[in-house]
Write a protein that binds this ligand. Structure first.
Ligand code: 3HC
Length: 717
């Protein structure tokens, strides 16, 4: 795991633990053994630690966190490095993260390639740097940067890291040779002044001021997350305590966090995110299907979604046509894209240079004839099946035979769109979430005809444009919206039965959702949800009128439509489920008119108002979705619970510290969830989403936790 060699007077400890050289037990032991060998060897005057393959160690081995701790731990290994009288140089390339950066900070010198990045991403795993990183970084960078890096987990490019004092020199060429050359230049130098444990934290007297600012920031930015708060406490101790006491304090906090439910959920989410990249569909999978190269893209429609998608494509450095039917719409689209790019530059998300280059790749046009040679087209017009079919037929006639045709749809069946073409195997759904330039989820949808190559192409495109792509089978609403539909319906039913919109919102925000369902509706516009409902009803062949409450064996509410018809279209109209008068119409406030609309509505329907508990709100909103999630697994729309959880984390901003709805259900206990679903099914027999999933019933009855389900084919239906 650590290859030891001596080159002249320099010993090389080359970590060899692919793919990311994680600091597993064998690596830690290898480093300790290598240090001891190099220390004893009189020929050796300096030591280099580097990583073989693609990176310097990218952290501790996360998989080991769930097992028993095995010595040597990183801190004693690091102490051995720091105490060495022979200079130790960390030669960094790739991603030097977490425990990897901590190892580097135990070394006396750090050199890096310009392309390297360093950081402490532990916070994203629900923990904190637990090998003295919270004590050593502030001694190098000062407190404000240490607070920022450790609470945000951001990856810092090498040149920036040099400015912070983390890197001593940017080197070029082969990293091992560069490391050895640097090591030779420091042979004979005393290591004592280079030992960070002996350094004072700069500006330590102002620690309270910096800590207060950092705490206020994490409480606002990472509401509900425990790890950032602990990170602040650990870094703060670096200035108030001795180095050794600071490390001791860090170890205690590390242990507490490591055993918390949040850490386990966030680490589950880390591996789930990687797992969804290993997709499967009839006829192929991520290993066997080869993506076709995509060098140019076209987006049809310059509305909110189209422009957002174009920004994603352009930001990834791909040329992108933007197609609109008239110059007014096209000009608006161009303006929106430029404004979004300028906004990203201002926020520091991209550099001015990248922003300019991206904008220069935009090719606005009103002619489909320009699209003959593009590799991939994304149709992003509004949800109207006839219009989408018309566009697909046109694209099929004009584009070269190899062009992949994608529809950005949130629910329309891809088979029904693809039928308009002679290339159904090259037709696929790509569901972006609003705002498309910001939300990380890309739900890719294969139809009965989509080829694995086409699926592989959109999965790869998703990664290229910085999204987390999840592949699902086409059905009404696909994974995300199908599963989210009961969430929306139940929230309206609760309000019909007696809860108030702001009470439902508060319960869900306390649960961890960034915004309650009624605020979300106001933000996206009640007219939009009204149109989508009407389009879905058309697809299902049902008629939704104001009076209709039970159609096709299910319960419907027309409250959104009712409010929309009263001009309450949401935030843009100054009123919806809330009213918006304060702070330029951005702050939702309680509206008495909504209370009387609800009272009238209940009277008309003969519903007697009742008190609804927070627990019932959570169960009705979430358990109904979880039940649908199990049906999605049963039907093979998604292959694994991880695909569902990732869709919720990145599509609906479900709190990461709860892992996702399926993980959450497992934590609550599948039997408990199943029992409550059965109870609600008895109470609301006309709501299809309460019909219990057979898979959930089987897992609950046989007491099989979800983690075991995939490995237990007997439990499969
Ligand atoms: N431990 C165990 N496995 C890891 C790992 C780690 N620290 N980091 C990555 N892996 C695995 C992934 O699960 C994946 O496995 P798979 O091929 O079986 O799916 C494989 O390595 C490759 O990972 P990615 O697909 O993510 O590769 P990328 O090239 O896209 O990204 C990366 C590389 C930026 C290093 C990314 O993997 C990453 O962010 N890793 C986590 C880094 C991290 O969080 N480090 C801190 C760990 S905690 C720690 O160090 C505690 C310490 O303070 C005591």
């Amino acid at each position: 795991m650590v290859d030891y060699s001596v080159n002249g007077s320099v010993a090389l400890l080359l970590v060899n633990n692919p793919p990311v050289n994680a600091l597993s037990y064998a690596v830690r032991k290898g480093l300790a053994d290598g240090m001891s060998k190099a220390t004893k060897d009189k020929k050796v005057k300096a030591i280099v630690i580097a990583g073989k393959g693609r990176t310097f160690p990218a952290g501790a081995d996360i998989r080991e966190f769930s097992g028993p701790k095995r010595d040597p731990w990183l801190v004693p290994v690091g102490n051995g490095i720091e105490q060495s009288g022979k200079p130790v140089v960390a030669a960094i390339h790739g991603t030097c993260l977490g425990g990897g950066l901590e190892m580097a900070l135990f070394c006396h010198y750090r050199v890096a390639l310009k392309s390297a990045k360093v950081g402490f991403p532990e916070v994203a795993l629900g923990i904190l740097p637990g090998a003295a990183g919270t004590q050593r970084l502030p001694r190098v960078t000062g407190l404000p940067i240490a607070f920022d890096m450790i609470t945000s987990g951001r990856h810092v490019p090498a040149e920036q890291a040099k400015k912070y004092g983390i890197i001593d020199e940017i080197v070029t060429g082969d990293i091992v040779n560069a490391g050895i050359k640097y090591a030779m230049s420091v042979v004979g130098h005393s290591t004592i002044p280079r030992r960070l444990r002996g350094r004072a934290v700069p500006d330590a007297e102002n620690v309270q001021k910096y800590a207060d600012a950092a705490m206020a920031q994490v409480k606002r930015k990472y509401k509900g997350f425990e790890a950032p708060v602990y990170c602040v406490k650990a870094v703060q101790a670096s200035a108030g305590k001795s180095y050794d006491l600071g490390v001791e304090n860090e170890q205690t906090l590390f242990k507490v966090l490591g055993q918390s439910g949040q850490a386990r959920a966030q680490q589950y989410a880390f591996f789930a995110e990687r797992l969804v990249g290993k997709w499967e569909m009839p006829g192929g999978n991520s290993q066997t299907a080869k993506p076709v190269p995509v060098k140019s893209v076209a987006v049809i429609g310059a509305g909110t979604m189209g422009t957002g998608i174009a920004v994603c494509i352009l930001s990834a450095g791909l040329p992108c046509y933007l197609v609109e039917q008239n110059s007014k719409f096209l000009d608006n689209g161009i303006r929106t894209i430029k404004a979004l790019m300028e906004g990203s530059v201002k926020l520091g998300k991209i550099s001015l240079e990248v922003g300019r280059r991206a904008t220069s790749l935009l090719k606005p046009t009103m002619s489909y004839d320009d699209l003959t040679g593009v590799d991939l087209v994304i149709e992003a017009v509004y949800e109207n099946i006839d219009l989408k079919k018309e566009i697909f037929a046109k694209l099929d006639r004009i584009c070269k035979p190899s062009t992949i045709l994608c529809s950005n749809t949130s629910s329309l069946d891809i088979d029904r769109i693809a039928v308009a073409t002679k290339r159904p195997e090259k037709c696929v759904g790509v569901h972006f979430f609003a705002p498309a330039y910001h939300m990380k989820l890309l739900e890719n949808i294969y139809s009965t005809k989509t080829s694995p190559e086409t699926a592989a192409t959109v999965m790869k495109l998703g990664k290229t444009i910085g999204k987390v792509p999840v592949l699902v089978k086409s059905c009404q609403g696909f994974l995300a919206n199908r599963m989210n539909t009961p969430f929306g319906n139940e929230s309206t039913f609760l309000v019909e039965e007696g809860a108030l919109p702001w009470e439902v919102d508060q319960v869900m925000e306390d649960f961890g959702m960034p915004m309650g369902p009624f605020k979300v509706r106001d933000l996206s516009g009640l007219d939009i949800s009204m149109k989508i409902t009407a389009e879905i009803a058309k697809t299902l062949g049902v008629t939704l009128t104001d009076e209709t409450r039970f159609v096709a064996g299910s319960r419907y509410s027309h409250m959104n439509t009712m409010l929309a018809k009263k001009g309450r279209l949401g935030r843009k109209a100054g009123k919806g489920w809330y009213k918006y008068e304060k702070a330029g119409g951005k702050i939702p406030t309680i509206d008495d008119e909504v209370i009387s609309i609800l009272d009238n509505h209940r009277r008309n329907l003969g519903i007697e108002r009742r008190t609804i508990s927070s627990q019932e709100i959570i169960e009705r909103l979430l358990y109904s979705c979880i039940n649908e999630g199990f049906k999605i697994l049963e039907e093979g729309i998604a292959k694994r619970p991880e695909e569902i959880d990732i869709s919720w984390l990145y599509g609906f901003t479900f709190p990461k510290y709860l892992g996702g709805p399926m993980y959450y259900a497992n934590q609550v206990g599948l039997s408990r969830v199943y029992d409550r679903i059965c109870y609600y099914h008895e109470t609301f027999p006309y709501s299809k989403h309460w019909v219990p999933s057979l898979l959930l019933r089987r897992l609950s009855e046989q007491n099989i936790p979800m983690s075991q389900w995939m490995a237990s084919p007997g439990a499969k239906l």
